[in-house]
Design a protein around this ligand. Sequence first.
Ligand SMILES: *[C@@H]1O[C@H](CO)[C@@H](O)[C@H](O)[C@H]1NC(C)=O
Ligand SMILES: *[C@@H]1O[C@H](CO)[C@@H](O)[C@H](O)[C@H]1NC(C)=O
Ligand SMILES: *[C@@H]1O[C@H](CO)[C@@H](O)[C@H](O)[C@H]1NC(C)=O
Length: 348
Amino acid sequence: MAIASSKLGALVFVAVLCLSLPTGCLSSQQAALFVFGDSLFDPGNNHHINTTADFQANFWPYGQSYFSLPTGRFSDGRLIPDFIAEYASLPLIPAYLEPNNDFTHGVNFASGGAGALIESHAGLKNLGDTKSKQLLSNAVYLFSCGGNDYQSPFYPYTREQYVDLVIRNMTKVIKAIYEKGGREFGVLTAPLIGCWPGIRIRQPGNTCNTEIDELTRLHNQALAKRLEHLEKKLEGFMYAKFDISTAISNRMKSPSKYGFKEGERACCGSGPFGGIYSCGGMRGIKEFELCENATEYLFFDCFHPNELASRQFAEMFWDGDSMVTQPYNMKSLFEGKPSTNFLPNDEL
Ligand SMILES: *[C@@H]1O[C@H](CO)[C@@H](O)[C@H](O)[C@H]1NC(C)=O
Ligand SMILES: *[C@@H]1O[C@H](CO)[C@@H](O)[C@H](O)[C@H]1NC(C)=O
Ligand SMILES: *[C@@H]1O[C@H](CO)[C@@H](O)[C@H](O)[C@H]1NC(C)=O
């Protein structure tokens, strides 16, 4: 999992930064949204990191369907957290590394691929502050992780041991946030990427990689168990788990049922299934193909769904029934928020 403990330091740092703003973070009664994860959620943090183009999407045609400029999002348009913020009546949640951003409604730490965010422990000592406590305890925390962990070899571990390590890492982050007052968590299952164009192209005969999917299924089972366990163990802990893996697999199988023309081939890229990660021509391969209408392709590039898919996923995550999002959905996490006025007035 690409969530490093340094991000938690950054989270704390942000909370303190926030308190130094003239209006503080408490001017609104809305819950803030903090986002952690991989490229499915990255709004452009990697754009500000010195990494290779493999981990960047800050060039055309990324962003072409919605933003007038590439933003660093690995999509033709918006991502799941962008829609969740919209449904929660929040502005777009800014990338943590974006200069001069406004953190009053939350911040997005997600980072595509393996890029680790800058380390910052500043502000740790101020954590006892009631205001930062209130900001953090009133926020909703969004996680997408797992996808990247199962692309690389996991030896010398057994599958079960490796999955356990990934889940343990995520639990550590969740528990640390809980200790700082966080109570409400939105979590995605890991998508079954074995048949995604970018994985198939590495396989003999461009077949699906069943090993990755097997590992991912184990991950999703362990994730479900761990979240149930945390709910029992941590008082007040609430979560919304969205089964994005099934949602994506359904769309790959029957694209037209969901408004797509193409469920297997990427809109942008080259080679069989558009599976060569050349979209934009910046990753060492200059030539690439771009479909005419990105909305029709479930996959924008060989590793990332398009904006329409992200919108559909966000809708299910927001107010889907318990077949797709459970035990709560994001809407009930936001609506179930206690009033921010739980502290005595003189402490505010
Ligand atoms: C777990 O987290 C540690 C520390 O951040 C990291 O070095 C390790 O690679 C992670 N392991 C997995 C399986 O994600
Ligand atoms: C970015 O990374 C490369 C390779 O590690 C290095 O040569 C270069 O100096 C770095 N650039 C900056 C601005 O840090
Ligand atoms: C692209 O496809 C979508 C879905 O089929 C359609 O609604 C839209 O009008 C198309 N856009 C263009 C520019 O053709």
